[in-house]
Write a protein that binds this ligand. Structure first.
Ligand SMILES: [Zn+2]
Length: 424
């Protein structure tokens, strides 16, 4: 299993300066290579869908510039020696780190053009400013370079870090990256841990070993034993503090210097909140993974949940499409980090040997978990009241029970269960 350990670096002033210099140079190179790809794309793409056998009437700037091949990883990597000749200061950067920058451009651009392995496409890659380019990676570092709480990196020398936790023995060091955060520099050690095998867990979900989990907005989750998890007090306290700081920043009477200090405090606080939330997610994930041998969750596509509603038109007139109300909801989906929680949960479950079954989320909030009758609810209805069988409980608890039922029902055939299968 691949794991990442993050440690805070104790850098000397000189090392900090050198890292900043590298980041600046790499950022310039990243932006240049990205622009190079955009340029080629702009000159050669064709927006027209042409019927077979016809000529494509494309307009492009080919005539005004020389013909050349599509810049790819190979041609862009091959341009690096020339770069070092023209700009000798690039020689100070370790060559593999510079090559990794080319790889980053490739990945960003390919996700934009053709999507990742699952076919999910990203938006147009951005040119990065100083705040957005804050990490670089050594693609391979030998194990022997990691001694105690120091790591030796080519061309940067020996870096000290605060060893806040031990790395499990028998590891194999894979990649090392250095990142600037609001409160300093960190080293990320990506490690192959052989003690957790990467096998698929195929425990069959039964009534006794399965826990259904309904993730949600105000509560992180409600499970089929009616346990629930609310955000901790300290997390809420930080969030309140953030609102106050942001209000302070909007106050136009403050000086530029005061505003800069407030902005710094805000970014530190954002970091703190992210950490508190992550800690909470890990704790809850461990609790759940220990509880049952099978965890049933909804197969949520967070990206779809966050998508904007389509415009609605009746008789040529645009009418309300409900975007205003769902905008608030979209924001909460992002804020609560449900996607992150589900990811952490699947990682932790793998460690505990717990299986995660993903069920089709369709209709799980609108049906009764006992008799499967449809009980329509709007988002604001928090209580489930079934007229047919008399079940009366919290709506999220009802969903969790139904999710469990779906997972247990799926044990015969291995395909994803859906409510329709149970109903028929
Ligand atoms: Zn019912």
């Amino acid at each position: 299993m691949r794991k990442t350990y993050q440690y805070k670096l104790n850098l000397t002033a000189k090392q900090r300066q050198e890292i900043e210099r590298w980041l600046d140079m790499l950022r310039a190179q990243y932006n240049y290579l990205l622009a190079d790809r955009f340029r080629w794309w702009q000159m050669n793409r064709c927006n027209l869908i042409v019927p077979q056998g016809e000529y494509c009437l494309r307009w492009c700037e080919i005539g005004s510039s020389e013909l050349r091949n599509n810049p790819d990883w190979h041609s862009q990597s091959a341009s690096l020696p020339l770069l070092k000749k023209e700009r000798p200061w690039y020689k100070n950067i370790y060559s593999q780190v510079l090559q990794d920058c080319v790889k980053r451009v490739k990945l960003a651009f390919e996700r934009f053009i053709s999507g990742d392995s699952k076919g999910n496409r990203s938006g147009r890659p951005r040119f990065k400013n100083k705040a957005r380019y804050r990490t670089f990676t050594y693609p391979s570092v030998p194990d022997k370079n990691l001694v105690g709480s120091t790591i030796r990196l080519p061309k940067l020398g020996i870096l000290k870090f605060r060893k806040s936790r031990n790395i499990e023995p028998g590891f194999k060091l894979k990649t090392v990256s250095i990142t600037r955060y609001a409160d300093g520099y960190y080293v990320n050690l990506s490690v192959e841990d052989k003690s957790v095998p990467e096998i698929e867990i195929d425990t069959v979900p039964t009534e006794s070993n399965t826990t259904g989990i309904d993730v949600g907005l105000e509560k992180l989750y409600v499970d089929s034993e009616n346990n629930q998890s609310l955000p901790q007090k300290h997390l809420r306290k930080s969030e309140l503090k953030l609102i106050l700081l942001q209000r302070k920043l909007e106050d136009s009477t403050r000086s530029t210097k005061a505003k800069r200090l407030i902005r710094k405090a805000i970014s530190r606080l954002h970091q703190k909140i992210a950490r508190q939330r992550k800690d909470w997610h890990y704790n809850e994930a461990h609790k759940l993974a220990r509880r049952g041998q099978v965890l049933a969750v909804e197969d949520l596509k967070i990206r779809n949940l966050k998508r904007r509603n389509k415009p609605k038109k009746i008789d040529g007139v645009f009418v309300s499409n409900g975007q205003a109300s769902s905008s608030g909801m979209n924001k909460s989906w992002g804020d609560n980090g449900i996607g992150n929680f589900l990811e952490i949960l699947s990682q932790v479950a793998q460690k505990h040997g717990t299986r995660i079954v993903k069920v089709n989320p369709r209709g799980t909030s609108q049906h009764c978990s006992q008799c499967l009758d449809r009980v329509s609810k709007t988002l604001s209805d928090r209580w489930h009241e079934c007229d047919a069988c008399g079940l009366s409980c919290d709506r999220d608890y009802n969903s969790a029970l139904l999710i469990k039922k779906l997972a247990v029902g799926s044990s015969q055939d291995k395909k994803l269960p859906s409510l329709k299968d149970l109903l028929s």
